[in-house]
Design a protein around this ligand. Sequence first.
Ligand code: DLZ
Length: 163
Amino acid sequence: MATDLKNLSVFSTNNLPDISKRRFAIVVAEWNTEVTEALFEGAYQTLLHYGAAAENVVRGNVPGSFELSLGAQWFAQRDDIDAVIALGCVIQGETKHNDYINHAVAQGLTQVGIKTGKPVIFGVLTPNNQQQAIDRAGGIHGNKGDEAAMTAIKMLGLQQHVY
Ligand code: DLZ
């Protein structure tokens, strides 16, 4: 028997919240800047497109993706920041460094979100090569920076619904 949804309080992420007064931090890794700058541009323009005020978006660079977690934490701890978007690109090399960095930053960002109770978005590309990265930073597979910003907006909507 199908569940009767009429009396259920359902939050759909199709209902985007008003973000005109919300404050965002975008943390950007400086490795593979051709890619991370495109991710930043996508994230920033998406926030503006959906109503964020330019003065409510701050940016902080970190040396590499491994440093995204701490950079994200410093912003997320600020009372005046509602959501953090972390952007990086870790390209697979001859060694396993990428695995270590990817796992560390995924876990680190997860912890920052849980610890601060704020949306902390994983906008890190983990491609096998440069072309795969370019394809996902404004290329044939879209721009994952846009998606990261949309995810932040949707999580703020859910947070508003829950609280
Ligand atoms: C060391 C390193 C390497 C080899 N590759 C990348 C990469 O592809 N993408 C990236 O964002 N960062 C890389 N890094 C730097 C590390 O993230 C980190 O900055 C250093 O290990 C110092 O902690």
